[in-house]
Design a protein around this ligand. Structure first.
Ligand code: ADP
Ligand code: MG
Length: 308
């Protein structure tokens, strides 16, 4: 009887979801009052929506990133502190990943068109790709702001902003007194605390078998788990798969991996590094000195690294 009462008095999980950043974002809060959780989730979701609006280069709404991308080559442009900070982080990761992660591929990403409302069904011409490729040094910090160094240099935070938004969402939940929660943005996750007296349980998707999990994890505390894969935004053209993660050196979709999962402290770092290592799967030495855990499925579907 006492056991039954204990089970009944444990509050149920509070769940809610929103469509943000082109994906279903699911919020789960454990061990908290329902009304307080609902208020916290709404505030977190609003913050994540604000971040999407501030960073997106798609849609009709104007923002500082779009204004920067239209700015005169060589001119110094002031960016809001939040954008300036994420840009500086992104450029550090570009350097650390030997250019695999590149936040200045906006022109090239737009040409491939995977984030456009009308998704393409065939690749652009080699000539168009060459013309959209930015030079290695593209964005420069000036005393008073940032400058584009070439007409092809356009910011695109698509591989890091979702992680940043998840981190901010968690921060907002915490500010509302929530200690146990998961934010899951289409498989990109950060979790805090635990699920009652159990760890949180999450599954990492199999890159080819829909609905199948390639690995389950039990995690608690404060952890981010982010996957970059070639199976979500892609098309097959003449028996070949074309997807949305581009190798900045070739201008074509990276072809060494099917999926790369990264566990890190922040979702922002995990997001950027899962994209970076998706491109440089052939150079695992890049990740040697990073404080991250990894699961790499190579282009033949073999697990070539697993430190999860
Ligand atoms: P997802 O958005 O599916 O979670 P990623 O985090 O890997 O996947 O981000 C992919 C997005 O990042 C692309 O849609 C594009 O906007 C942008 N992108 C593509 N290639 C690169 C790259 N090499 N470096 C940085 N951003 C990239
Ligand atoms: Mg990413």
């Amino acid at each position: 009887m006492a056991l039954l009462l204990a089970a009944c008095s444990a509050p149920a999980d509070i769940r809610d979801s929103r469509f943000i950043m082109g994906t279903l974002v699911e919020f789960t809060v454990a061990g908290a009052d329902e009304a307080a959780s609902t208020v916290a989730i709404t505030a977190a979701a609003n913050e994540m929506q604000r971040i999407e609006n501030a960073f997106t280069i798609y849609g009709n709404q104007n923002n500082s990133v779009k204004r920067f991308n239209r700015s005169q080559v060589g001119a110094s442009v002031q960016l809001p502190e939040e954008i300036s900070t994420l840009l500086a982080t992104a450029l550090t990761i570009k350097r650390e990943s030997n250019g695999a992660f590149d936040p200045a591929l906006g022109r090239l990403n737009r040409l491939w068109g995977f984030s456009l409302p009308e998704a393409p069904t065939s690749p652009p011409s080699s000539r168009a790709i060459e013309q959209a490729m930015p030079p290695a040094t593209c964005i420069e910090k000036r005393n008073s702001g940032w400058a584009r160094l070439h007409e092809t240099c356009m910011l695109d935070f698509g591989a890091i902003a979702k992680g940043y938004a998840i981190d901010r969402g968690i921060e907002i939940l915490r500010n509302h007194g929530i200690a146990n929660a998961i934010i899951n943005a289409g498989g990109d996750i950060r979790l805090i605390g635990s699920h009652g007296d159990q760890p949180w349980r999450i599954g990492i998707r199999h890159p080819r078998n829909r609905g199948e999990v390639i690995q389950s994890l039990e995690l608690q505390g404060d952890v981010a788990v982010v996957t970059s894969g070639d199976y979500e935004r892609f098309y097959i053209f003449k028996d070949k798969r074309y997807h949305h993660i581009l190798d900045p050196k070739s201008g074509w979709p990276a072809n060494t991996a099917q999926s790369v999962t990264v566990i890190a402290k922040s979702a922002m770092q995990a997001d950027a590094w899962s994209t970076a290592l998706f491109i440089s799967e052939g150079h695992p030495d890049i990740s040697r000195n990073l404080n991250i855990r990894l699961l790499i499925v190579n282009n033949r579907g073999e697990i070539t690294k697993n430190t999860l």
